[in-house]
Design a binder for this molecule. Structure first.
Ligand code: TRH
Length: 380
């Protein structure tokens, strides 16, 4: 007799931006596609989700998207049975009536708190630890991470092989970019810029514009576009707009599907990313990168930044490590970064091979979806 499929519920509250929904949507799809699980994704804000999945009908309470049952998480919780595995993404608070349903199940569900990504050492010690209980249902911490003994990173099956094949295939890259209306000069350095507002940006653009070699900067629609427009001294910018200043071509690109965004990162020589999910995707792209970390109170994000930098730069020469750390720290503090960019450029070939090596090293770990499935199997 075929076993009934294990049912998973993933809960996502959209705090702001796209990282919460970006991570949970990616995870839900992977659990369905690669682990043949039945997955419901409960999301409180379908409008943010629509940006990532334009096929979504934001007026529906229930709909199917790519094999995932997408449920609107309403203020008034509907009568629902609890799943076998329950994931509260980023410590979101589950509805009390749902937790009651979990406690009423004959076979208690596995309840996991999927946390934010951090390279800090304490993560290793806390990963998989029991947390609080609700009635008789135990909750566990589950931490993604970069080190062995963490939950790893979201990575779809064969992602690295697909990425490498695409990066070897210049014609496919050209065709993909053309589909987005992007036609960089053959000698231009191609950079993508996905970031929060940043007063340090102008100094970087100054240096790129004054450079002897050309740069083509792709700016997905979003929070940093205002700073770009200010530097260009134009009133506003929209997708498709292209402006040239000295050696720098600036082009605003539309917000695209996650899979397309991956390809954009794979095409670029350098990727500036932010938050959590695009940060991971830039690592899988195997290209030098810059991270705009999500700002937290009392600057605690700077500890997270330093923890990652300590790991990421470990295999670099001291000079290349200093250049990378200087650039990232300045960027995340809103300081001028022009000189830091020039310092990074001095170590370019080392940073290129390092980015590829880092991506391959990280891919040796089990991916996050597989780690979750294993944890459930072992827990049973
Ligand atoms: O949008 P973010 O700033 O999200 C942040 C972080 O997750 C942060 O840790 C969290 O606390 C905060 O939200 C609430 O950056 P992030 O994580 O990179 O998410 C962006 C998502 O958007 C990611 O899944 C990639 C996706 N994306 C596209 O699908 N298409 C695009 O064109 C672009 C630029 C991004």
């Amino acid at each position: 007799m075929p076993q009934p499929k294990t049912r998973w519920d993933i809960f996502c509250t959209v705090v702001d931006n796209y990282g919460d929904i970006g991570v949970t949507w990616r995870l839900a799809r992977q659990l369905v596609a690669e682990h043949a699980l039945t997955v419901r994704l409960w999301v409180d804000d379908l409008r943010a989700f629509e940006r990532l999945c334009p096929e979504l009908d934001i007026h529906l309470d229930t709909q199917w998207q790519q094999g995932v049952e997408v449920r609107h998480w309403p203020a008034e919780w509907p009568e629902t049975d609890a799943a076998d595995v329950v994931i509260a993404a980023f410590a979101c608070q589950l509805p009390t009536r749902y937790m009651d349903a979990m406690a009423e199940r004959q076979q208690r569900p596995l309840w996991l708190n999927l946390d934010y990504l951090s390279a800090e050492d304490w993560v290793v010690g806390c990963h998989r630890l029991p947390s609080v209980k609700y009635k008789s249902v135990q909750r566990y911490f589950f931490f993604p991470g970069f080190q062995p003994d963490t939950g790893g990173l979201l990575r779809e099956r064969n992602l690295i092989e697909q990425r490498q094949a695409f990066q070897r295939d210049r014609a496919s890259q050209r065709q993909f970019l053309q589909g987005l209306g992007i036609a960089p000069a053959s000698d231009a350095l191609l950079i993508s810029l996905f970031a929060y507002e940043n007063p340090g940006l102008a100094s970087w653009l100054d240096v790129l514009a004054a450079d002897v070699s050309p740069t083509h900067l792709l700016v997905p629609e979003g929070r940093i576009v205002g700073d770009v427009a200010r530097w260009l001294e134009v009133e506003s910018l929209k997708a498709g707009d292209l402006q040239i200043r000295g050696a720098l071509t600036v082009q605003v690109v539309p917000f695209i599907h996650q899979d397309q965004y991956d390809r954009l990162l794979w095409c670029c020589d350098f990727n500036a990313v932010r938050g959590e999910d695009s940060f991971v995707r830039a690592q899988w792209a195997g290209r030098p990168m810059l991270w705009h970390i999500y700002q937290q109170d009392e600057d605690i994000h700077m500890d997270k930044l330093d923890a990652f930098l300590a790991l990421y730069t470990r295999a670099l020469s001291p000079a290349a490590a200093d250049a990378t750390s200087g650039f990232w720290r300045a960027w995340c503090s809103g300081q001028p970064v022009g000189q830091h960019w020039l310092a990074v450029r001095e170590h370019w070939s080392q940073l290129q091979s390092h980015a590829e090596a880092w991506s391959l090293e990280q891919a040796l770990q089990a991916d996050l979806a597989t780690a979750l499935v294993h944890f459930y199997r072992n827990w049973l």
